[in-house]
Design a protein around this ligand. Structure first.
Ligand SMILES: NC(=O)c1ccc[n+]([C@@H]2O[C@H](COP(=O)([O-])OP(=O)(O)OC[C@H]3O[C@@H](n4cnc5c(N)ncnc54)[C@H](OP(=O)(O)O)[C@@H]3O)[C@@H](O)[C@H]2O)c1
Length: 282
């Protein structure tokens, strides 16, 4: 019998993952995390549900949650938490928050929770096809090395190249991206995706960084021999609070998005792939 953890499980795609996991016969417990567990919605057949407090941007909160879970504590981990404030707010604070939650928060959660996986565990990080937009805006031709600061690393962010970043380099890229946003001409000189290229520079970068994080953890998982598989998923364009301000009809429900995410949580035991990859439901 399996234990699943859904980080950011109180609304949207995360909540639908929780509900679907509760319906699974071989899942005996679903730990849903929320920043405000007291406001967690009432759900049907909630006997399997355990709600825990977790804010992924607080190191103390992440460490305390990981300690509570303990070693070999999950078979399925869905890292769903994410924000996209740039739709309404292009301020520096909004850009910083996006990278802090979507990249540094997920990275911090993985650092503490990855070692707690059971054998054959399946881990999924919510990403977005916009991470690929970030990748192509950084450098439209991955085979041409342009040689400035961002391209220097940017080339390594391409899944089509053999070069890879290290964990430390991903942090450096994320910090430099934030720092450069204080000064638009520096951001332009360094070659970051510009507001003319994308309405969500930070969101795109945050998901590109997550894809690369997953790539690195995929290698780590393969080298550790526990048959753990970790992948990222773009759930498609889903009707949730995050997309409420986008003035068009959404092709998918939050449940549709959750179904795609969960397909990566039930990869048969003994399989070695997909691992370190991205599934795009778009
Ligand atoms: N909707 C789409 O079309 C779409 C497309 C591609 C990718 N995604 C990705 O899918 C994921 C879920 O999106 P959604 O549309 O379901 O968004 P949502 O409805 O806005 O839900 C976001 C979830 O993330 C949690 N969260 C935010 N900051 C957090 C933090 N610091 N610590 C812990 N939890 C935090 C929220 O908790 P609170 O309630 O406490 O804020 C909420 O549970 C995100 O990673 C998003 O980038 C969504």
């Amino acid at each position: 019998m399996k234990t699943a953890i859904v980080v950011g499980g109180n609304r949207g795609i995360g909540l639908e993952c929780v509900k679907l996991l509760i319906e699974e016969k071989d899942v005996q417990k679903v730990v849903a995390t929320a920043r405000n567990p007291e406001k967690f919605p009432k759900i049907e057949n909630g006997e399997k549900l355990q709600v825990e407090k977790l804010n992924i941007t607080s190191e103390e909160s992440v460490l305390s949650f990981a300690e509570k879970m303990g070693p070999s504590s999950y078979d399925i981990l869905v890292l769903n938490a994410g924000v996209a404030p740039e739709g309404n707010d292009k301020s520096f604070e909004s850009i910083k928050t996006t990278i802090d939650v979507n990249y540094f928060g997920i990275s911090s959660a993985l650092k503490s929770l990855f070692p707690l996986a059971c054998e054959e565990a399946r881990i999924v990080c919510l990403s977005s096809v916009f991470g690929l937009r970030g990748m192509l805006n950084l450098n439209p031709n991955p085979n041409v090395f342009e040689g400035n600061y961002v391209f220097d690393y940017g080339q390594k962010l391409f899944s089509t190249t053999l070069a890879k970043t290290t964990f430390d380099e991903l942090d450096i890229i994320a910090k430099r991206f934030i720092e450069d946003q204080k000064n638009p001409s520096q951001a332009q000189a360094d070659g970051w995706p510009s507001p003319e290229q994308t309405p969500m520079t930070a969101y795109d970068m945050s998901k590109l960084l997550v894809n690369n994080l997953v790539r690195l953890y995929g290698e780590k998982a393969a080298s550790e021999g526990k048959n753990v598989l970790i992948n990222s998923a773009c759930p498609g364009f889903c009707d949730t609070d995050m997309t409420a301000g986008v003035p068009c009809e959404k092709p998918k429900t939050a449940r549709d998005g959750a179904e795609s995410v969960l397909s990566l949580c039930f990869i048969a035991p003994g399989r070695s792939q997909p691992n370190g990859k991205m599934l795009i439901d778009a």
